[in-house]
Design a protein around this ligand. Sequence first.
Ligand code: FUB
Length: 455
Amino acid sequence: MRKLLKNITASFFVLISAFSIKAQNPIIQTIYTADPAPMVYKDTVWLYTGHDEDRSTWFTMKDWRCYSSTDMVNWTDHGSPLSLKTFKWAQKDAWAGQCIYRNGKFYWYVPMNQENGKGMAIGVAVSDRPTGPFVDALGKPLVHSGNGDIDPTVFIDDDGQAYLYWGNPYLKYVKLNEDMISYSSDIVNVPLTKEGFNVRYKDADKRPSSYEEGPWLYKRKGLYYLLYPTGGVPEHLAYSTSTSPTGPWKYRDTIMSVIQKGGAFTNHPGVIVYKGKTYLFNHNGALPGGGGFTRSVCVDEFQYNPDGTIPRITPTVEGVSSVSQLNPYKRVEAETIAWEVGVETASDSIAGMYVTDIDNGDYIKVRDVHFRDKANWFEANVASLSGGASIEILIDSLNGELIGACNVQSTGGMLNWTKQSCKVKKVKGGHDVYLVFKGGEGKLFNFDWWKLDSK
Ligand code: FUB
């Protein structure tokens, strides 16, 4: 949970603990994340997000983030593989984007405000890996129509044709060439008719329809779905469908009402099917300290109605169930987290990503860990300047059974990584694991990974 909460009063802390007990949404607690763009690649969900700065009072966003999961409940932090610095021509506003795989490469489309003062434009970054590093594919914007070029969504149809939709207040699209970094046809303005996109319930700003921004395009059973935040502000999520990727679009319904949890007045849809289940990612302001400019990504499961329409989806605090169990006998990155309080993540050249900013009483919860009764050993890769700390391993709840306590001795420095281990009680079956950090004053240690073993 956000470090800025560490200095709050004891009574407020009780509130946060109560909030944490059942909470799985928002799914990332170490930083504020926004504008989710999930992507299924092979057996993993890759989640690309924006990043709201702490205490932000505007959409002050400088980089994008990447997370992954194979169970939908534990999310591994891959840091920031893309930032404004990647694009020489960008100045600010690292807003909503989307990443897609094609022909051995990952293409991440993102909007930014240009340094030349000509407003928002959409760039494309490319990488050989989902976690980057990503480089600017063009050295200049891919799209700059001069009017509201934000929030790209990208989709590749069964015939190989790729489409990029985007825009606020207008909705535009272009057919991308197979190289994914160019186009040969004109940019098309989608008619924002009442039939296609409904009417605004607030029309003070005289926009043409209820369509606002943040489109998300995909195809299911021959039907094209376009989801988007709509309203105006505060936004809710709605969708339109078409039998063609270029429309005409037919307005269908609201799918998620205004939630405004914590005062967030925007939202952003992202839909995937993973291990047979369908998920809607969105964002709210529900984390403590959250709000309209300090948002957090959430996920809920839904099922289509038999006629293919999308039901009203109620955002939950409990989130989703795991779709597979976590194997603790292989190295588990410390930054693989279902829920946490107090810690943050960082990276160095030796450990890669690691968990840091650990104070006495902070904890990490890892859900649905598959114990086999033979494991009696806990091993952790840690770095500590002063030692004198420990990792308590509890199962099922913060008040659950303590199956071990692993002392963390000094390794001579906060980036001197060493394996330390301890005996744990043998346990069987699926359990949530709570790693609770204990020690004295100040930052206790850094934490790279852990695993179970038998000795
Ligand atoms: O996150 C910055 C902007 O806020 C996005 O581009 C919009 O979709 C809204 O979520």
